[in-house]
Ligand binder design. Sequence first.
Ligand SMILES: NC(=O)c1ccc[n+]([C@@H]2O[C@H](COP(=O)([O-])OP(=O)(O)OC[C@H]3O[C@@H](n4cnc5c(N)ncnc54)[C@H](OP(=O)(O)O)[C@@H]3O)[C@@H](O)[C@H]2O)c1
Length: 295
Amino acid sequence: MTPLRIYVTGSSGQLGQALKEESIHFPHLSLRFLTKTELDITDSNAVNALLENCDADYLIHAAAYTAVDKAETEQDLCFAVNRDGSRNIASALRHTRCRMIYISSDYVYHTYNGFPLHEESPVNPQGIYARSKVAGEQAVRDTGIPAMIVRTSWVVSPYGHNFVKTMVRLGKEKDRIQVVNDQFGCITSAGDLARTLLLMTEKWHVETNAFHPKFHTIYNYSNEGCISWYDIACRIMECKEYHCHVHPIASREFASAAPRPQWSVLAKQKIKTNLQFEIPHWITALDCILDKVDN
Ligand SMILES: NC(=O)c1ccc[n+]([C@@H]2O[C@H](COP(=O)([O-])OP(=O)(O)OC[C@H]3O[C@@H](n4cnc5c(N)ncnc54)[C@H](OP(=O)(O)O)[C@@H]3O)[C@@H](O)[C@H]2O)c1
């Protein structure tokens, strides 16, 4: 059986590295990892040269500008990567058979209604990063290529910079920290997301044509649960047995340049039904990551 060929952009990032680790468990998939040095997605000539005639079956677009606060002062760069870079990729794939998977964000919703946010919920992006992610989704859709959009939240992993790693560092250094307790959502283990994406490619490639509604659509994905950043910090201190007191505070007490959604609880019934699988609970996911992060 010929292995499915999958390209991954932004492969040094959290999701990119998780895909590398997870791919070991998928012998029927052949992944090609593209770092920013190997493929700068803002360079349309380079993107065309690599992708216009590529033989990939899927491209997982994990490259993004993700510095949410910095984006408020780097608007041009943020849009160049998240909107224009995504358009470059989708346009280059137009005459290939490659399907694209665009990773998007809970930030696109920015609505607090107390119910899990469905894929059909209206978008209401606040801040530069959020608007650039919506613009990226639209740019990909506008090219008309077969594309799946996966909106995910609070990505954490043993790699790069993220909330879990920051808490582990602070737990070792401090005896008291303050953490926001009025933003609700759930972590997404980059490893769990990576496994899900690879599972989809393997399962649906034979089952569906490229524009099948199972593929050419939007999915939410995060781990299971509805928690605040404070809950996560408490669990980390407990698991790591750090003597660091976590004090809950309101968002207004924690200054940040970009607006943060107060409600990032994603409805995931659609992906669970279509893939017929269970999503790991946030505690399972977090504990697994903590096992890989040094004390
Ligand atoms: N992190 C989160 O909490 C979160 C939440 C919701 C959704 N998401 C989305 O999930 C996806 C994966 O996020 P992540 O956490 O894995 O992000 P990440 O760790 O910041 O990785 C992004 C990668 O993209 C690369 N990149 C930046 N500019 C590029 C360019 N011009 N050309 C090629 N590569 C470029 C970065 O390289 P350098 O590091 O060298 O710049 C980095 O390796 C993104 O689409 C993000 O928007 C993330």
